[in-house]
Ligand binder design. Structure first.
Ligand code: 13P
Ligand code: SF4
Length: 307
């Protein structure tokens, strides 16, 4: 990715001139992640940074729901995404109207919504969560509402994986991440046979049999931290392909092996369209203020939970 140095230098100059920061998700390609990202991390980390940053312009090197989350938390800032088509199969699995229907059927139960959702879904929500804090948020919501069950939407697998770690009952939806749902227990068995010493880390959006066969389950940031602290000799990251390339840059000596899947939505973001985004101030992401105000409460509640 160092071959891209001239374009990287141009982006870094443009962003300084514009007073912009680039928030880059862990699934960005290495030239974006290492070359131009001011803040890199998982969905939770980027949401917190969007709230904290005093930059006038936020460029979201990630998918659309992340840009919306930044705008919800920072309505006074200009939030740009380099390609408006960078979506997410989880975000498109459910609408605000669906959530209203679920709530009507289960009155009195809190609604916990994964951040991988549109603003109008968040607006129908009591509190958001990410894969990094889902168990903590579910337990908080059950305590606050004084109930033994909560609604956790829209990722069916995240819901099942949370259910396995708590006594709180979980009512789920049928959304799936098109990247993580494709991993199978057979993938893990094959890796164990080929690389008996390798540690296998999986994202909680994977099917439960994949997590059961893995050594560790966690958000993208939790996976990077695990590799940085434990420095296993060989590691398999059961997630999007850029994760391994990005983490590898920071932990020489660790060998990254094994299967990965590409997220076509994340891969819509490129150095070229980040440059165009800064030059032309495109594409601005906005959220109607009535929706943003209700969604903000749900996201802010999550951000304010103690670590
Ligand atoms: P995290 O970065 O929160 O682990 O989420 C992964 C993901 O799939 C985001 O789209
Ligand atoms: Fe959505 Fe999955 Fe892509 Fe993340 S990896 S943006 S959850 S489709």
């Amino acid at each position: 990715w160092r071959l891209q140095a001239p374009l990287i230098a141009e982006i870094n100059r443009l962003k300084r001139q514009a007073g912009a920061v680039i928030l880059a998700h862990n699934y960005m390609t290495p030239e974006i992640f290492h070359g131009v990202g001011d803040y890199v991390g998982d969905s939770l980390g980027l949401a917190k940074e969007a709230a904290r940053s005093d930059a006038k312009i936020i460029v979201q090197a990630g998918v659309h729901f992340m840009a919306e989350t930044s705008k919800i938390l920072s309505p006074e800032k200009t939030v740009l995404i380099p390609d408006l088509r960078a979506g997410c199969s989880l975000a498109s699995s459910i609408t605000g109207a669906d959530v209203r229907l679920i709530k009507a059927r289960r009155p009195g139960l809190p609604v916990v919504t994964y951040v991988n959702t549109t603003a109008d879904v968040k607006a129908e929500t009591d509190i958001c969560c990410t894969s990094a804090n889902a168990v903590q948020v579910v337990e908080w919501a059950a305590r606050e509402w004084g109930v033994d069950r909560v609604i956790l939407i829209p990722d069916e697998y995240l819901a099942r994986n949370v259910a396995a770690q708590t006594t709180v009952g979980i009512i789920a939806w049928k959304g799936r991440c098109e990247v993580h749902e494709r991993f199978t227990a057979q993938d893990i068995a094959d890796m164990r046979e080929a690389y008996p010493g390798a540690e296998i880390l999986a994202h909680p959006e994977c099917p439960e049999e994949v997590l059961a066969a893995s050594d560790f389950a966690g958000s993208t940031a939790a996976m990077s931290d695990y590799v940085a602290t434990k420095k296993p000799k060989q590691v398999v990251l059961i997630t999007e392909c850029s994760m391994a390339s990005n983490v590898a840059g920071d932990v020489p000596g660790v060998e990254f092996i094994g299967p990965c899947n590409l997220c076509p939505h994340m891969k819509r973001i490129t150095l070229e369209n980040i440059r165009d985004c800064l030059v032309n101030r495109q594409f601005e992401v906005t959220v109607p203020e009535d929706i943003a105000a209700r969604a903000r409460q749900a996201v802010q509640r999550m951000v304010d939970l103690p670590p």
